[in-house]
Design a binder for this molecule. Sequence first.
Ligand SMILES: CC(C)(COP(=O)(O)OP(=O)(O)OC[C@H]1O[C@@H](n2cnc3c(N)ncnc32)[C@H](O)[C@@H]1OP(=O)(O)O)[C@@H](O)C(=O)NCCC(=O)NCCS
Length: 203
Amino acid sequence: MRACSLQDGRVSRPWNFHPLRGERITLDLLRDDDLDALHAMQSDPEVCRYLLYEPRSREKVTEVLARDAAATRLAGKDDYIQPAIRDEHGAFVGTMYLTLASVDDRTAEIGWILAPHAQGKGYATEAARLLLELSFGELGMHRVFAELDPRNAASVAICTRLGMRHEGHFVEHMWLKGEWTDTGHYAILEREWAATRADRRGE
Ligand SMILES: CC(C)(COP(=O)(O)OP(=O)(O)OC[C@H]1O[C@@H](n2cnc3c(N)ncnc32)[C@H](O)[C@@H]1OP(=O)(O)O)[C@@H](O)C(=O)NCCC(=O)NCCS
């Protein structure tokens, strides 16, 4: 067993949620009054098309909201956060997630969902950049990955914009929603993110 942990000095301590602010959007915990907007998004068949779950009932979304709003601490494997994305006016426009896939290997997984009216504005890419900054900054991650259905062109485009490398394409490895489904695997390392950050600043 390797000895790296979130307490070992290379990686910051167990992390307790605090809002992450970007230029236009903020990542903040889900609240009870997000229920209508979260339900509208998670019950939309188009939004769910490439997600692992089918459109959700209001009861299911109520349950999920309570669970995700309470997920505020990253310390061990599989701990996660699922914050709301809020726009300049504080309105709910989507959710992000970040999971500690491995503490020993300092690896996190990220993902994104936007309400249809909020798509095409760059919010998901901005939100993903906030999670990459968190991952490689406060959390001390070495590698961050995202998995997606390769038919999901908008999601592939986010990975590409972030500078994530296409590392794998698993063919028909999952039986999902009545069909064999492929998965694309994208990843970026801490040093690669640092290089893209320097590029963006024109250094
Ligand atoms: C995947 C998903 C989040 C992508 O949404 P998106 O709006 O395309 O992504 P972004 O918010 O990063 O926006 C990027 C788009 O906004 C455009 N844009 C407009 N104004 C912009 C601005 N001021 N800044 C940046 N981009 C802007 C970009 O050009 C880009 O459009 P393009 O791809 O046509 O060039 C969205 O399709 C979705 O929620 N799908 C359903 C859930 C899902 O499948 N999630 C992923 C599971 S793996």
